[in-house]
Design a binder for this molecule. Structure first.
Ligand code: DUC
Ligand code: ZN
Ligand code: ZN
Ligand code: ZN
Length: 485
């Protein structure tokens, strides 16, 4: 039995800040209190002891746009741990026509290399009786209670509204939460073709092809369809005011809708695409694209007001060589950026240190809210007796300048290159095991375990106003007009 005592730190959770030591035995928190002893000691003087970050949105070794994202479950989770993230949720992506269960088998094989715990969302990339039937096994046997739907990527991953409605209804019946990548894929396809025809083929055209309206429209549509289906809804990578506005309105109306801005959208803006260096701009091509300052202000306001719930990364890292598949045609630039290692330090620096977020709000949006929405609280996302010891001992005075040269990610650049961050892990523990030791990364490949997530409790179901209005049976009429003459 291994015992570790985290000594002299200040515990920061989503709702409390207090001084106490933490005892960890065999990967579980077993005691919290003053002056604990009886194990290997980790000195947390002048540090905050927080639940490790949970990134609910990553794509590791994902087959996408003719290639695979370069960070896999090994380098991706190592990058996460280095930055204080102790769990990731990846998207299991069946190719159209493929069995969901077969896709899980493929993801199980890839994820054996993970350095920290992980879970999967299931993507609904096609629709049919087989998918309808397999969804039950996915929820009940495989422990996956979230289903992602792409409203973009026409001709590849996109689902149409009839499929969306059918799948959302199925989610509601199974106690699962649907998720949506909300961008109007039909409009994007039209705009992209027009831009290319006009000779607009550089990376900046990627942003022109995906204005904020395409995201606002799709978010509104998905919220309304979820309401009709009686399902809650998680909106991934909320990047603009129109989408945030739709989420805000839904929440005010009592709907269970959550929005997830990314650290990239909070801290980087559209001017990145106007850089004269093609590589610089292409490396930042992701969907949705970076936005202007007004949209960024809206996202920060949403985190402050609680209308947006989570900060994620959509970590989907491609090398410069992969990005160059799109020279001469921006639609062929693999969409995606990195961020796993930098999410926590960047949010601390730009959110907590600036006074926009309290430390407790930081913990909520990087960990606790995720654990609650994704049904794994308080096993994850908590500093409580009985919780997994996924912890970060956070040194608010530790500084660095972000640079690709010293990152864990396997790609050759970093979208945050040159940014100075203050606030970094002194120690990161994954189920009690040290992955960052006094700043040094010492991960163990294969240490990570799959985390099963149960279906939602009935109280978590969506409240549909539409259902109350719908007629339960046909109206009885006399004097029916005769047909035919
Ligand atoms: N957006 C990206 O930028 N990459 C992966 C998938 C997505 O929706
Ligand atoms: Zn997406
Ligand atoms: Zn994504
Ligand atoms: Zn291990």
């Amino acid at each position: 039995m291994t015992t570790t005592i985290i000594k002299n730190g200040t515990i920061v959770t989503a709702d409390l800040t207090y001084k106490a030591d933490v005892k960890v035995e065999n990967g579980i928190i077993t005691e919290i209190g003053p002056d604990l002893s009886g194990g290997d000691e980790l000195d947390a003087t002048d540090c905050y002891v927080m639940p490790g970050g949970i990134d609910p949105h990553v794509h590791l070794e994902m087959p996408f746009m003719g290639t695979y994202s370069t960070d896999d479950f090994e380098s991706g989770t190592r990058a996460g741990l280095a930055g204080g993230t102790t769990m990731v949720i990846d998207f299991c992506l069946p190719s159209p026509g493929q069995s969901l269960l077969e896709a899980i088998q493929m993801w199980d094989n890839k994820s054996t290399r993970a350095n920290c715990d992980y879970s999967f969302h299931m993507a609904i990339t096609w629709w049919g009786e087989q998918v309808f039937n397999e969804m039950e096994t996915v929820v009940k046997d495989k422990g996956i209670n979230t289903f992602k739907h792409f409203l973009a990527y026409k001709g590849a991953l996109m689902v149409n509204d009839d499929e969306l409605y059918a799948s959302f209804q199925r989610c509601a019946a199974l106690g699962a939460t649907p998720m949506v990548h909300a961008e109007n894929g039909d409009v994007i396809a039209e705009l992209s073709a027009k831009l290319l025809a006009e000779g607009n083929n550089g990376p900046e055209a990627h942003a022109y092809s995906r204005p904020s309206q395409v995201e606002g429209e799709a978010t509104n549509r998905a919220i309304m369809i979820a309401d009709m289906a009686g399902a809650p809804l998680y909106v991934v990578h909320t990047s603009c005011e129109e989408s945030h506005e739709a989420i805000r309105r839904a929440r005010q109306n009592g709907k269970r809708v959550w929005g997830e801005p990314l650290i990239q959208h909070l801290t980087l803006d559209e001017s990145e695409y106007f850089n004269e260096d093609w590589d610089h701009a292409a490396r930042r091509v992701m969907s949705p694209p970076f936005r202007n300052k007004q949209h960024q202000d809206s996202l920060w306001a949403g985190l402050q007001a609680g209308s947006l719930s989570v900060v994620a990364t959509d970590h989907c890292a491609f090398t410069t060589e992969q990005k160059r598949f799109g020279v001469g045609d921006f639609t062929k630039i693999p969409n995606g950026t990195g961020g796993l290692e930098d999410r926590m330090p960047m949010l601390w620096t730009y959110g907590v240190s600036t006074g926009r977020l309290t430390m407790n709000e930081f913990v909520a949006v990087t960990s606790t809210n995720v654990a609650k929405i994704m049904n794994m609280y308080p096993k994850k996302g908590a500093v409580l007796v009985g919780s997994d010891a996924d912890l970060v001992v956070w040194d608010p005075n530790k500084e660095k300048t972000i640079t690709a040269g010293s990152q864990q990610s396997a790609i050759d650049y970093n979208v945050f290159e040159g940014k100075k961050v203050k606030g970094l892990p002194r120690f990161t523990l994954t189920r009690g095991q040290l992955a960052v030791n006094d700043g040094a990364v010492q991960t163990e490949e294969g240490h990570g375990k799959f985390v099963k997530r149960a279906p939602n409790a009935p109280v978590n179901a969506a409240l549909s106003k539409w259902k109350e209005l719908s007629a339960p049976s046909p109206v009885k009429r006399s004097g029916i007009p005769a047909t035919g003459v």
